[in-house]
Design a protein around this ligand. Structure first.
Ligand code: SAH
Length: 393
């Protein structure tokens, strides 16, 4: 067994069950672990404190267990996956007749740091964010089958862009099991083509489900602009909610294709919807003031802490444009999915934008990620999605 021995006092966060060991906390290493292997972590006093996947980088160990006697084997993956699945069933997200789209494993939030699994009907899309999870992908796939007991046929592995490239893992995207081309999944009774082969993340933004459902309740009779629409999730809900018209905008032509497909799947021939492949800022500049429900769900402006200042400016500029143009009595759904941007930072950016336009604005809802993207209470960094629903007078 490889041993990681911490510097004095560096065990404190692990005593509070935080699941990461930073490289700066390490005094010495016994043995030469390869990236992705399991290591035991000891305090400077020589006491066992945790075990987890080793990786070269600022997060050196992603903790899998705080128990010395817990082996990291097939049974371990089975137990963790079973716990995650049971939670989704207990909270009424898995096993519904009107919904088969949900996140089964959300990394640290499910005590499986480095692993994401999304379920789309009978396909599980699995994504490794650490070398350790990449190496055990076949074990996890086997455990997943046992735990889901026939609820899935296909397992698609999609880690080409999520693994540290320096680790020389050369992951290939592809099916670990099955290979169905049927990629239509249901979310709260609505149908979506999920592009796990080429799409972003695992193919769909599962994390906006509850926020889309909320939007539906505000859509009746409104003129809706869904900016950064990607697969058109918010647009489809707005249509069902009885919007007067829905315009979807994304700079990616592929996203616009997907949006049109998803609208056609649910509302064939419905002329209330139009989609435009265009840059957000250009569209916001040229558009008129016809919208009274606007969604702004941009990509993460700050992928790292050092990009924070620019990101906040980006959010401010974007929201200014929406505040300038939204009709009186309009409702703005505005989001940030940058983990590096705190709730307070985001609020300040949006408040500043409101103030710059002089509009009177009230907060109706403060939104976050849904229950199938849980935050481990010992790992507050797991909270990333922030949203505000604003009433603009
Ligand atoms: N709201 C979506 C997710 C949005 S992801 C959902 O619920 O599924 C962010 C999207 O922004 C991507 O589809 C990306 O193509 C698009 N995008 C990125 N930069 C853009 C820009 N400058 N203008 C318009 N769209 C952009």
């Amino acid at each position: 067994m490889y041993k990681i021995i911490l510097k004095r006092g560096k065990e404190e966060s692990l005593q509070r069950f935080h699941p990461w060991v930073f490289s700066g906390a390490i005094a010495r290493i016994e043995g030469e672990p390869e990236e992705g292997e399991v290591v035991d972590v000891y305090t400077s006093q020589g006491e066992f404190i945790a075990k987890g996947h080793w990786q070269i980088g600022s997060i050196a160990v992603r903790v899998l267990s705080f128990r010395a006697d817990e082996a990291i084997d097939t049974d371990f993956w089975k137990r963790r996956l079973a716990t995650a699945y049971a939670m989704r069933q207990h909270i009424g997200i898995a096993g519904r007749s009107d919904n088969n789209t949900y996140r089964l494993v959300h990394g640290e939030g499910d005590n499986l740091p480095g692993l994401v699994i999304d379920i789309y009907a009978r396909t599980a899309v699995m994504q490794a964010h650490s070398a350790g999870m990449h190496l055990v992908r076949m074990q996890i796939a086997a455990a997943l089958n046992e735990v889901m007991q026939g609820a899935i046929d296909n397992i698609y592995y999609k880690s080409e862009t999520t693994l540290p490239f320096k680790a020389d893992l050369y992951p290939e995207n592809g099916f670990l099991q099955g290979g169905s081309r049927d990629n239509v999944a249901t979310e709260y009774g609505l149908q979506f083509h999920i592009d796990w082969l080429k799409g972003q993340k695992t193919g769909f933004f599962v994390d906006q489900r509850e926020n889309r459902a909320l939007l539906e309740r505000y859509a009746h009779g409104r003129s809706v602009l869904n900016m950064f629409c990607y697969t058109g999730g918010f647009s489809v809900y707005a249509m069902r909610g009885g919007a007067k018209l829905v315009h979807s905008v994304d700079s990616s032509a592929k996203a616009i294709d997907l949006t049109n497909k998803n609208i056609a799947l649910n509302f064939p021939g419905d002329e209330r919807h139009e989609a435009y492949a265009e840059d957000a800022f250009k569209y916001l500049d040229r558009m008129g003031d016809q919208y009274d429900l606007i969604i702004l769900d941009p990509p993460a402006f700050a992928k790292h802490r050092d990009a924070l200042r620019n990101a906040l400016q980006g959010y401010r500029k974007l929201n200014v444009k929406a505040f300038e143009k939204i009709k009186p009595g309009g409702i703005l759904f505005t989001f940030s999915c940058s983990q590096a941007v705190s709730k307070e930072n985001f609020r300040t950016a949006v408040f500043t934008a409101a103030a710059m336009t002089g509009r009177s604005v009230r907060i109706l809802h403060q939104l976050t990620q849904p229950a199938d993207h849980p935050v481990n209470i010992y790992h507050p960094e797991g909270e990333y999605l922030k949203g505000l629903v604003l009433y603009v007078e």
